[in-house]
Design a protein around this ligand. Sequence first.
Ligand code: PHE
Length: 339
Amino acid sequence: MIPEIEALASKTIERIAAAENPEALETVRVEVLGRKGSLADFGKLMGKLSAEDRVSAGKALNSAKTSLEAAYEIKKTAFESAALNERLQNEWLDLTIPPTGILPGSLHPLTQIQNEIESLFFSLGFAILDGPEVETEFYNFDALNIPPDHPARDMQDTFWLEGGHLLRTHTSPVQIRGMQRLGPPLRMIAPGRVFRNEEVDPSHEHTFYQLEGMMVDRDVSVANLLYFMKTLLSGIFKRDVTVRLRPGFFPFVEPGFELDIQCMVCGGSGCPVCKHSGWVELLPCGLTHPNVLRAGGIDPDQYGGFAFGLGLTRLVMMRYLIDDIRWLQSGDLRFLKQF
Ligand code: PHE
C-alpha cells in the first residue's frame, strides 16, 4: 500500500502546483484531502492490514497527509496574496493630490438685490413686511379696487386654488395687510414671490419676485413718489439710468404710471429681454386709489399714499445682464457660482 500512497502524494503535489486558480485548488483538496477523498479511502483499508504493516502504512499515510496539507496551505496563501495585490493595484488613493476645495455657498443674486433694497428703504424709515403667497380673492383683487367683473382681473393669469384661494399674482395684497396692521402714517416695503399662469419664455416665468412699496401720509404727491423712485434707482444701479414715465393703468392707483428704464442688456438697441423695444417696464407705480385706502381702514379724506411694484427679477436681469429669466430658478451651479 505504501507505494500507492507515495504515488498519490507525488501526483497530488504536482496537481496542487499546477492549480491555476483557487477553484482548481479546492477541487484537489476535496478529491484528495477531503472527508470522502482518496486519503480517507486509504485510511479505511488500514483495518485489513497486519498489525506490522498497519504501523508502517499509517506512518506513510500521515506523512503524505502532512506534506499535502502544507503544500495546499502554501498554494492557498499564494492565491490570497495575489488577490490582495491585485486589489491594491486597482484600488488606491493618491493622498498627494491637492484637494478640490470646499464649494462655499453664496447668496442668490435675487437675495443679494433684495437685501440691498431692504437696507436702502430701511434707512428711509420703511418697515419690511411679509405676506402670504396663498392669498384670498379679497386681498389679491377686491381690496385693490379690482371687483369680480372688472376687466383688470383678466390682466393677470391667475393660478386658482380650492375654496376661493389663489397664488398671489402680485405683492400688492401686502399693501392692504400693511395698512391694516400699521395704520397711518406708514412706510412699508414687501418683497416676495408671485405667480402667474404664463407661457415660459426668455422674459416670462410662472414664478418671479416683486418688491411692493407703499407710503401713506398727509399730502403725499407725485413729487414724493418720484423722489423715492429716483433714490431707489440710483441706489441700485450706482450710475445714471435713462428712465421714462408713461401713463399706466392699475385699478389700485390713480393716476398710475409705468416707469421704464432703458434696457441695459442691449443698451436700447433691442434684445429678447426688452422684447426688441429698447425699454424694460421696471416700476409700475402711482398714487393710491381712495377705495384702496378705505379697504385698508384709512380715511382717504385725511390721508393719501403712493405705491410701486418693483419687478425684482427684471431688475436682477438688468443689473447682471442676464438674457434669459429661466436661469434664475434653474438651480444650475454654473450660473449661480458667478455671483
Ligand atoms: N401690482 C402691480 C403688478 O403686479 C404693480 C403695481 C404695484 C402697480 C403698485 C402700481 C402700484 O402688475
